[in-house]
Design a protein around this ligand. Structure first.
Ligand code: ADE
Ligand code: ZN
Length: 326
């Protein structure tokens, strides 16, 4: 069968993954031991058994607990390096990785420790793996805009080490416009802007991500298919949607991969991409997302080519680099 081989071999960019979501249970237990952190799970198998999610919040509770083992710069490096090696094996040649500083600063970890550890892994990935890697700082939307401003302030001494900001965590009840002022400030600072919208939340959240936050990409965005006017807007402005099929399956956004709307989005001319979101929790890195989604939905080699091209078009590499890939 040639299509699976093409999906695995084709060079691709990953535009939506949370580095804390790449922590495998084995590494969680190794770091817990190294740092003397107690975990509320007896062993790796017990932790893995807890990965039975019903919605976004049921996942986030376990995801934040897993991140509690990260304390030292080397922990952040080791986590990112493990992901980057795995990404290279899937022929990911560019990755734009989200990180959640507030998950760590709330536990007394300095933001410098977080950013320096992750950034050092990005530098090594270029040199040793040939993977171009960049960081996007995410604000946690269940916290206040004031706390987002404090996080931005703490991060600015390291502003050369991340390329943009995003918005993640619990979506429903925390619309994009809650963060209008801090995104306006980030825009003035010349940072790239993205936000999770339309994962579980309504099309109205995608509209406000675009029109209030002025994001360049929408993370997930799959609920946009409910609003034909929004679909036309996304197509006209070539706003990329960073879709995460296995995440959507595990968080019950779609009951079944066969029901996933990726093909609808692509066939409507949207710049949709495939991404892993939180690969250690959702059962697959990039190629597994491609393989399972293509097998379930009947996408073709033409769609594969389109998804790869979309991933580079949607990335924040410069135009000369894009021209080499597309
Ligand atoms: N944080 C990590 N993964 C997330 C997701 N899929 N949605 C919102 N916040 C997240
Ligand atoms: Zn996400």
């Amino acid at each position: 069968e040639r299509l699976p081989a093409l999906l695995c071999a084709m060079p691709k960019a990953e535009l939506h993954m949370h580095i804390e979501g790449s922590l495998e249970p084995e590494l969680i237990f190794a770091l817990a031991q190294r740092n003397g952190v107690a975990l509320p799970y007896a062993d790796v198998e017990a932790l893995r058994r807890a990965y039975a999610f019903t919605n976004l919040q049921s996942f986030l509770d376990i995801y934040y607990a897993g991140a509690s083992v990260l304390l030292k710069e080397q922990d952040f490096y080791d986590m990112a390096w493990a992901y980057l090696e795995r990404a290279a094996a899937d022929n990911v040649v560019r990755t734009e990785m989200f990180f959640d500083p507030q998950t760590h600063t709330a536990r007394g970890v300095d933001i410098q420790v977080v950013i320096e550890g992750l950034h050092r892994a990005c530098v090594d990935a270029e040199a040793k793996l040939g993977v171009s890697a960049a960081l996007i700082l995410c604000f946690l939307r269940h916290l206040s805009e004031e706390e987002a401003f404090e996080t931005l302030e703490q991060a600015l001494p390291y502003a050369t080490k991340f390329i943009g900001v995003g918005l993640d965590s619990s979506e429903v009840g925390h619309p994009p416009e809650k963060f209008a002022k801090v995104f306006a400030r980030c825009r003035e600072l010349g940072l790239h802007l993205v936000a999770h919208a339309g994962e579980e939340g309504p099309p109205a959240y995608v509209w406000s991500a675009l029109d209030v936050l002025k994001v360049e990409r929408v993370d997930h965005g799959v609920q946009s298919a409910k609003d034909p006017v929004l679909m036309a807007r996304l197509a006209k402005d070539r706003i990329p949607l960073t879709v995460c099929p296995l995440s959507n399956l595990k968080l019950c956004v779609f009951p079944d991969l066969k029901q996933h709307n990726l093909k609808t989005l692509l066939d409507a001319g949207l710049v949709a991409t495939v991404n892993s979101d939180d690969p250690a929790y959702f059962g697959g890195y990039m190629n597994e997302n491609f393989l399972q989604t293509f097998a379930a939905t009947g996408l073709t080699a033409q769609h594969a080519w389109q998804l790869a091209a979309n991933s580079f078009e949607g990335s924040f590499i410069d135009d000369a680099a894009k021209a080499r890939y597309i």
